[in-house]
Design a protein around this ligand. Structure first.
Ligand code: NAG
Ligand code: NAG
Length: 175
């Protein structure tokens, strides 16, 4: 009888240890929408606002995440256009949260090659990256990098112009 309890007890303990100490699965992120407002461009100089919505899933059964500030950066080819910090939040296990971020491209922002893209195709591509410092119970904080690359955005290069992402929500790479 006692041996049986010890046996069952150690299985239970093993399961509990696995659940709490096994490295949690990383969040899953998709970019569900990207719109551009007040877009203005002269050659390779642009300005305006990029409004983005991300869906973030915590795929773990029991592990809650604590996100510190979220750094959202936008790139065009090699050019870093702008970044915005959003406040951190608690992300309970198994839940999906929406993060909304607006990045302001200040007048004179350089995006080399964008003038040609817009003159030729009326669309261009941006790379969007989120850097999140993630903490979970029993584990030290670690940086999670999220990349949503080659996001195609249709744009009218007119004053006060606007644009939006072409195609469905995109799955972003998490590392
Ligand atoms: C658009 O950009 C051009 C050149 O940078 C500037 O002269 C013009 O004032 C801008 N227009 C608006 C509405 O911001
Ligand atoms: C956000 O990330 C960008 C690109 O790596 C960096 O230039 C910027 O300094 C970061 N912002 C903050 C507040 O850490």
């Amino acid at each position: 009888m006692a041996a049986c309890c010890v046996f069952l007890g150690s299985i239970l303990l093993a399961i509990i240890l696995l659940i709490f100490f096994y490295p949690p699965d990383l969040p899953k992120v998709s970019l569900s929408s990207l719109t551009v407002t007040k877009f203005n461009s002269t050659g390779d100089h642009i300005s305006g606002y990029l409004n983005m919505q991300f869906q973030v899933l915590n795929p773990n059964l029991v592990t809650d995440f604590f996100y510190h500030d979220v750094n959202c950066s936008v790139y065009h080819d090699k050019d870093h256009l702008a970044s915005t910090m959003s406040p951190g939040f608690v992300h309970p296990a198994r839940e999906t949260r929406q993060i909304s971020v607006t990045v302001h491209l200040t007048p004179g922002t350089t995006a080399r090659g964008i003038g040609d893209d817009l003159a030729t195709y009326d669309f261009t591509e941006f790379d969007v990256k989120l850097t999140i410092l993630v903490k979970s119970l029993f584990r030290s904080s670690e940086f999670v990098e999220v990349s949503c690359d080659d996001v195609t955005v249709g744009l009218l290069p007119t004053i006060g112009g606007h644009g939006k992402m072409i195609g469905p929500a995109r799955i972003c790479q998490v590392s």
